[in-house]
Design a protein around this ligand. Structure first.
Ligand SMILES: [Zn+2]
Length: 534
């Protein structure tokens, strides 16, 4: 499969030359019957002067100028962005929301990564599950091997929760390979740093829930992070999840207790380990600490900004001690990692798009997705496509859908307002067959409709009972932050969805992600372009 891809890549690279030779030859042989080609000037003026026409021709010119680099190891740096739960409908809706926030209709807007030259589709299923979970999918992306739902970096023959089996069948991750090559490495997430996606960068466990405790013979995820043995250890770690690093009788700076039963303070253990190694190991846990980072004088950085997950982006201003945004963390991580000539590997997860959806809040899911696009923009601005491969994808989708026939520019979080019916003076709120209005965005399952005013924390929804099915939302401002969309099938938490997700890429090897591929291909593209494997 890889060989075919390279062959295709070379054919694309040399396509211009081949076409030129061919047309030169055919001119001498069969010049008599060549029909006249229409030029754009033959087309109706309204057609050729249309911005759709012009923009598309410009897009072809831009795409034709993109160079394809198949050279193994050409990507000195590799950055993998994972929007947890950022399915295609989430990307579309986030794009419209971002455009509308800037006063545009929205549909035409492009998120940062949508301007990348290559895109493809990714099949996300786990080896034992049609609709996947984040542990199996993150393992596929970071180890190159698909596995079961719920397990991290152990192969598909290991049963979930089988400690002994997991010790016999571990998988090596891209972060370990990068560390062994002397590259710098970083992990950034808005979720707990011990949560499935970030944990897949460094931990090997048959149960993703072992964040701060594991059965005898196995090590919990937080301990594995501190003891990570490849190279000189992970250089930059930022996210939430302090509680898994602190004993249960220790209260943190925001008044929350630790979770560890073994009495070990892993934050102190991390500081001791890396201080002993001779460098300046810096631990931070709030906005002030983040603002105070001295890039030149920091060799290792551990930032744990929340007891559990960090705040939703829209809710960030409500944090007691202050938290940096995903884009700020991404920019700082790149600055810190960019100090090595051997390059770096960075994993950035927007972990809470997924949580917004699970709680049935499109508002929180979409505002986090927009912030993820901001973080990608930071990475695009601070790196070069010559030597840095940036990949943007999702681990899986969610059951959020964009439906009805809303008129162009209708607020994406609004009720469906259709184009004028014949004879109607104004566009009007559409009514369903039950006589009630409905929103463009709804969920196929979950907790269902609720409204918490201007709350910016989707997790409020778990306080109240399931109210799935049709509701009268006439009086609700569905665009307000506390609105939770209707859901069809009643469930205590909205679920992941099983359709393909997108992948967008820029830099050496980016073209290898074109087409419809299995999710584990992402590791192999990073390993090839990033020179992680021969
Ligand atoms: Zn999820």
């Amino acid at each position: 499969m890889q060989l075919n891809r390279f062959t295709l890549g070379f054919a694309l690279a040399f396509g211009v030359t081949l076409a030129a030779c061919h047309s030169g030859k055919s001119e001498t042989v069969a010049s008599e019957a060549a029909p006249t080609k229409a030029t754009a000037s033959h087309l109706p003026e309204t057609q050729r002067n249309s911005s759709w026409f012009q923009d598309a021709r410009d897009a072809i010119a831009d795409a034709s100028a993109v160079t394809i680099n198949n050279q193994p190891g050409a990507a000195r740096n590799v950055i993998l962005f994972v929007g947890d739960g950022m399915g295609i409908s989430t990307v579309t809706a986030a794009r419209i929301l971002a455009g509308q926030q800037q006063g545009k209709p929205g549909e035409e807007y492009q998120l940062s990564f949508e301007k990348m030259p290559f895109a493809g589709l990714i099949k996300t299923y786990n080896t034992n599950q049609q609709t996947p979970d984040s542990a199996g999918t993150a393992t596929a992306m970071l180890s190159g091997v698909k596995t079961k739902a719920g397990v991290l970096n152990v192969d598909e023959t290991v049963a979930r929760g089988d400690c002994a089996g997991s010790l016999e069948r571990p998988l090596t991750t891209a972060v370990e390979l990068a560390e062994e090559l002397g590259k710098r490495t970083g992990i950034v997430s808005t979720a707990r740093i011990t949560h499935a996606t970030p944990a897949a960068a460094y931990a090997k466990v048959p149960e993703r829930g072992w964040e701060h405790a594991a059965p005898t013979g196995c090590k919990d995820i937080a301990t594995q992070m501190v003891e990570f043995a490849a190279g000189d250890g992970v250089d930059v770690i930022m996210g939430g999840g302090r509680r898994s690093f602190l004993p249960k009788d220790v209260t943190d700076s925001e008044g929350k207790s630790g979770k560890r039963e073994d009495g070990i303070n892993l934050i102190e253990a991390w500081q001791e380990r890396y201080s002993r190694a001779g460098g300046n190991a810096v631990y931070i846990e709030d906005q002030a600490g983040f603002d105070g980072i001295d890039v030149t004088d920091t060799d290792k950085l551990l930032g744990l900004f929340a007891s559990s997950h960090m705040r939703y982006e829209a809710d960030r201003q409500n944090d007691k001690a202050g938290e940096p945004s995903l884009s700020a963390m991404t920019g700082k991580a790149i600055e810190l990692l960019n100090k090595s000539e051997r390059g770096y590997f960075l994993l950035v997860e927007s972990g809470r798009i997924d949580h917004g959806h699970h709680a049935g809040s499109a508002f929180n899911a979409l505002t986090d997705a927009v912030e993820m696009a901001n973080a990608v923009q930071v990475a695009m601005d601070s790196t070069s496509a010559e030597d840095t491969l940036i990949i943007v994808t999702a681990d899986h989708s969610h059951v959020m859908t964009i439906a009805g026939y809303p008129t162009r520019g209708n607020p994406i979080l609004g009720k469906v307002v259709t184009n004028n019916r014949e004879g109607a003076p104004e566009p009007e709120v559409a009514l369903a067959a039950d006589g009630k209005p409905y929103t463009t965005i709804t969920y196929a399952n979950g907790l269902g409709h609720a409204h918490y005013g201007d709350s910016t924390d989707a997790d409020d929804r778990y306080e109240d009972p399931v109210s799935a099915g049709r509701q009268d939302i006439s009086a609700s401002d569905t665009e307000s932050s506390g609105y939770h969309q209707e859901a069809l099938v009643p469930l205590g938490s909205e679920t992941h969805a099983g359709e393909d997700v997108g992948v967008w890429a820029r830099g050496p090897g980016a073209h290898l992600l074109s087409g419809t591929n299995e999710q584990n291909l992402i590791f192999h593209v990073m390993a090839h372009a990033g020179g992680l494997l021969e």
